[in-house]
Design a protein. Structure first.
Length: 164
């Protein structure tokens, strides 16, 4: 008894290589996004050093300042995740209409007929996948925003307030 993998082993290996390359590229995209989020948070903290110094002089401890900036960062993570997941669900659920509209506008098939078959595209929304993406994005956001929040908690108020 032969399986599909035995009969078309070279195609199977090509598919596996393609999946690996796509996984690596998506992982690099996530890493670049994390650095972008961290740099935006650090820029925000550098603009808010005077406010941090005032909070520290009023008695705020390191944990409170970390929580303030973690909540600030998570707010943008929640908004971005909600917008991204909402748009993804809308696009996937209306895929056929979008493809029909684009083909009508560009007067031809957007996807190559010999590679992609529009009527065989199986796009499904799985609630478990949406939940996993949401949870993993929040976890990555917490990890990414932790360093800038830690940096904000280590700011010395006496040095900052002397400058003003």
């Amino acid at each position: 008894m032969y399986t599909w993998i035995n009969n078309y082993q070279s195609i199977y290996h090509d598919i596996q290589k393609t999946k690996t390359i796509v996984y690596i590229i998506l992982s690099l995209l996530v890493i670049i996004s994390c650095f972008s989020i961290a740099s935006i948070s650090l820029m925000t903290i550098s603009k808010k050093t005077r406010d941090i110094a005032i909070l520290r002089s009023m008695g705020a401890n390191n944990l409170m300042i970390q929580l303030i900036f973690l909540c600030y960062g998570l707010r943008s993570i929640f908004i971005g995740t909600f917008i991204g997941l909402s748009l993804s669900v809308i696009i996937i659920s209306h895929y056929k209409k979008i493809m029909f509209f684009l083909e009508k506008q560009f007067k031809g098939n957007i996807l190559l007929d010999n590679i992609y078959y529009n009527h065989f595209f199986l796009l499904q929304i799985n609630l478990l996948d949406v939940i996993n993406i949401f949870i993993s994005t929040i976890i990555i956001g917490i990890i990414t925003n932790w360093y800038p929040a830690y940096y904000a908690s280590k700011i010395n108020p006496s040095n900052i307030l002397k400058e003003y």
